[in-house]
Design a protein. Structure first.
Length: 303
């Protein structure tokens, strides 16, 4: 159990660092003018341009390492614990930003960081072993259908006007990230031939592509706080419910209230740190307003 908890924390660390690098790459790769971005739609050239940036390539490697750590965590921990801990990567980003690039955190944000730590501690101490229920083929095929539906919804959402566009794209990306966790949890094994025959493996791959494309699209022209808060909520709540209802996830006997409190505390605190889901806001301007064009990758105080 301790090894799985450590793996979940390592996954949060890697995902947090990767998200900052990807957001910088998304802004540098974007060639849209503001009025074009406001018109909606998905930029088909965004991903190829990002692939030419070293930050993005390194972030993909970190994402891969984070996913391996998440898989290890899912071997022993229930979905509700792993997803909430992974969402805690925003606390990692906030602390690193305060130390490395001298971002000033408000007392509310320090309180949110403390809340994430406390929530993760409660989850770690109260979570039982993963459920024993096995997912059937129909459950895994349903995940693929869900991803296809999310792709269509995301294409429609990309044509909306802000702020509805950013919120909808963030929710689509978050649900996709949630599907990644669910599908990774129900994989039959990790041998190449086993993965080729397992529908859950295809659900993981498809969900990863859909989630990243629509999250990058949301960050390209929308509010980071809105997009990231939507992602955090959508990637934690549905998988937690599905894990309990369909996969048999449970807490340790008598510790259900502690698990619920820890989950809610960790997720709520992560939402409070949503502005750190992107490196576009290294500080606050006059009156507490966030500057909109100060990407960390090009700021004088960058690491």
């Amino acid at each position: 159990m301790l090894a799985s908890l450590t793996a979940a924390l390592v996954a949060a660390l890697f995902y947090g660092i990767a998200s900052v690098m990807q957001s910088v790459a998304a802004h540098e790769a974007s060639n849209r003018k503001p009025q074009v971005a406001d018109a909606g739609g998905v930029d088909p050239g965004l991903l190829p341009r990002m692939l030419r940036q070293w930050r993005f390539v390194v972030s993909l490697c970190l994402d891969a390492l984070g996913f391996v750590a998440q898989l290890i965590a899912l071997q022993r921990l229930p979905l509700f614990a792993v997803q909430a801990i992974v969402a805690a990567n925003l606390a990692v980003v906030a602390v690193v930003a305060s130390l490395v690039i001298k971002v000033r955190l408000s007392w509310r944000e320090w309180l949110a960081v403390t809340g994430v730590v406390a929530g993760v501690g409660l989850l770690g101490s109260s979570a039982g072993p993963e459920g024993a229920s096995q997912a059937g083929v129909m459950f895994k095929l349903a995940l693929i259908v869900a991803i296809a539906a999310l792709g269509l919804i995301g294409l429609a959402a990309a044509r909306l006007r802000d702020p509805a566009r950013t919120l909808a794209l963030g929710l689509v990306a978050g649900f996709g990230y949630g599907v990644i966790g669910i599908a990774a949890r129900v994989l039959n094994g990790f041998e190449p031939l086993t993965l080729l025959r397992d529908p859950a493996a295809y659900a993981v791959a498809a969900a990863g592509i859909v989630s990243f494309v629509f999250y990058a699209t949301a960050l390209e022209g929308g509010s980071v706080t809105v997009a990231t808060a939507a992602v955090v909520l959508a990637e934690t709540l549905p998988p937690a419910i599905i894990g309990v209802v369909f996969l048999g996830d449970r807490t340790r006997p008598g510790l259900e209230p502690a698990a619920i409190a820890g989950f809610l505390l960790a997720v709520t605190s992560a939402v409070m740190l949503a502005r750190f889901g992107e490196a576009d806001h290294p500080g606050q301007g006059p009156g507490g307003q966030e500057p909109r064009n100060a990407a960390v990758g090009s700021a004088p105080t960058s690491a």
